[in-house]
Design a protein around this ligand. Structure first.
Ligand code: G3H
Ligand code: 13P
Ligand code: ZN
Length: 311
């Protein structure tokens, strides 16, 4: 099976009350850890590549790694550009074989967001590629952009219908209180997503797939392992998984997770070096790191997304 778009995946996920996991990939071990979990659990997958990942690993290497994952597993896998910030990067990914792109013009005015998104949609749809757009601004760090909590803003439900109609986008990322990175909320506070906004959006766009970015939960056991093994991650707090599960049962069809995989990988490697200070073969520490990613993804597929068995 070749790479697929997210069209069928989202249709089934919407109807079935579950979401597809969109996991960020940067190297071979990450691709393998994610796809081994999905293969064991027969889950559809979105593997996504950021501008930073492309700069780090190179478009062709990532493309070939994901093609290898498709060949090895036979799963329906979509290859998606995460947070494309210009027409040119979207065009380059579409021309280079991606099946889905995000144009993130959420920091622009409503009209400029519509104009740029529309331009990407026209180019993508002519080539069979689907487009995710964003309305509203998440707090946190993505690539080299750091949005403070004060500069973030919830999606206005009254804007979504006009935005989707005028752009023709295939899915919409909205801001309901999630944020990027490992430091999402102040320690001691109780994060609460704005389900009232999600419900309102769902009412205005029946059947339309909604996307949640910034959906790592920052498991405290990994923060603890990192800090016990020479790290310093004070006050890292994420989105409660039960709230993500609730969102997945609603109109949310794609949930983005990156930071939790980074935490699993880094905690495992830090601990490995503390336990084996004399080791220096990268395979020795990358093997358990890959297994930790696999375990984390398996947990997300079953307990958060509910997409196991849906491939
Ligand atoms: O939302 C951003 C993702 O976590 C990707 O992060 O831009 O550092 O690759 P990155
Ligand atoms: P996290 O930082 O919460 O993992 O979010 C990832 C993301 O939204 C990628 O686009
Ligand atoms: Zn994101």
């Amino acid at each position: 099976m070749p790479l697929v778009t997210t069209k069928e995946m989202f249709k089934k996920a919407y109807k079935g009350g579950y979401a597809i996991g969109a996991f960020n990939v940067n190297n071979m071990e990450i691709v393998q850890g994610i796809t081994e979990a999905a293969a064991d659990l027969n889950a559809p997958l979105i593997l996504q590549v950021s501008k930073g990942a492309r700069a780090y690993a190179n478009h062709t290497y990532l493309m070939k790694l994901v093609e290898a994952a498709v060949e090895e597993t036979g799963l329906p896998i979509a290859l998606h550009l995460d947070h494309g910030d210009s027409f040119d990067i979207c065009k380059s990914c579409i021309d280079g074989g991606f099946t889905s792109v995000m144009i993130d013009a959420s920091s622009k005015s409503f009209e400029d967001n519509i104009a740029l998104t529309r331009q990407v949609v026209e180019y993508a749809h002519d080539r069979g590629v689907v487009v995710e757009a964003e309305l509203g601004t998440l707090a946190g760090i993505e690539d080299d952009v750091n949005v403070s909590a004060e500069d973030s803003s919830y999606t206005r439900p009254e804007d979504v219908q006009e935005f989707v109609e005028r752009t023709g986008c295939d899915s919409l990322a909205i801001a309901i209180g999630t944020s990027h990175g490992a430091y999402k909320f102040k320690p001691g506070t109780k994060p609460q997503l704005r389900f009232d906004i999600l419900e309102d959006v769902e009412r205005r766009l029946p059947g339309f797939p909604i996307v949640l970015h910034g959906s790592s939960s920052v498991p405290q056991e990994f923060v603890k392992i990192i800090n016990e093994n020479g790290g310093n991650m004070p006050g890292a707090i994420g989105v409660p998984e039960d709230q993500l599960r609730r969102a997945a049962s609603m109109a949310v069809c794609k949930i983005n997770i990156d930071s939790d995989l980074r935490l699993a990988m880094t905690a495992t490697i830090r601990k490995y070096f503390n336990d084996h200070p004399d080791h220096f073969d990268p395979r020795q520490y990358l093997k358990p790191a890959r297994a930790a990613i696999k375990d984390m993804v398996a947990h997300k597929l079953v307990d958060v997304l509910g997409c196991d068995g849906k491939a």
